[in-house]
Design a protein around this ligand. Sequence first.
Ligand code: SD4
Length: 318
Amino acid sequence: QAALPLVINTWHFENAAGAAWSSLQKGGSVLDAVESGCAQCELEQCDGSVGFGGSPDERGETTLDAMIMNGDTMEVGAVGDLRRVKNAVGVARAVMEYTEHTFIVGESATIFAQNMGFMSEELSTNQSIAIFSKWLQQNCQPNYRKNVFPDPSKSCGPFKPNAKLWRPKHPKGNFDPSSHDTIGMIVIGKNGQVAAATSTNGATHKIPGRVGDSPVAGAGAYADSTAGGAAATGDGDIMMRFLPSFLAVDLMRNGAQPTVACKMAISRIKKYYPNFFGALICANTTGGYGAACNKRPGFSQFPFMVVNPQTNQPQLQK
Ligand code: SD4
């Protein structure tokens, strides 16, 4: 089943896999392919959790996180808390190609994007406004956080109701796996060149400024053309503490098969957070691939897409 080139991405995002594959067919580099795959999801708003109009934060705004990594040169470009620009993975690529930096965040990332010629647009949609208003009505009752913030109507995010004012904490187990489907993609070229990328709108009702695992190199994704690539999806607030993508790639470097590497990286997290939700996809430089996940309600396996010369078109695997 191992064959090159290879495109593999999280979830059932078939058109993303197709876009990456056709970029390769047209002679695009592995970076072009992985960027166009993730950009396809940003356009389609895959599952409402990639691109504009999803995961409104506690003030109702959608913000984006994305990264891209070149496994030949180990260059990375990333953006976090990006506002009012839809093509987050494109901006991440611009950070990598045109700057000496790795990671640009917030309003300054927006200004950088505008300077690079990306269009500035509203990321809210009727749907994201509806999600936000419903949540506000259900969870943001006047006394919900009376003791935490003097004016709960201005800020009513995912804090513990009884948290001390000076050190509010994100409640554990707040992550809803049914509504969080980041795209993470790995592309391996026919000579074993590795690229990886992610794009997401993060976690719903997050505290403004929250950045997840997806744009963090080694957490959301990692690529190294001497070993392989990995990409993650799930509860980024937990997962980023373990750099699971880096760990999986390093395990493959030491000879682990992709499925084993994915499983071992997931179990490392499980030791501390047995109920966390998360999944990892892994691929090596000979085109072998695999995945592993923890606690997806109702499913024991994790769906992902694969394209290689044997499938010749995006194929759903579990
Ligand atoms: C995050 N890891 O921001 C992302 C969300 C995600 O499947 O992957 N959902 O935490």
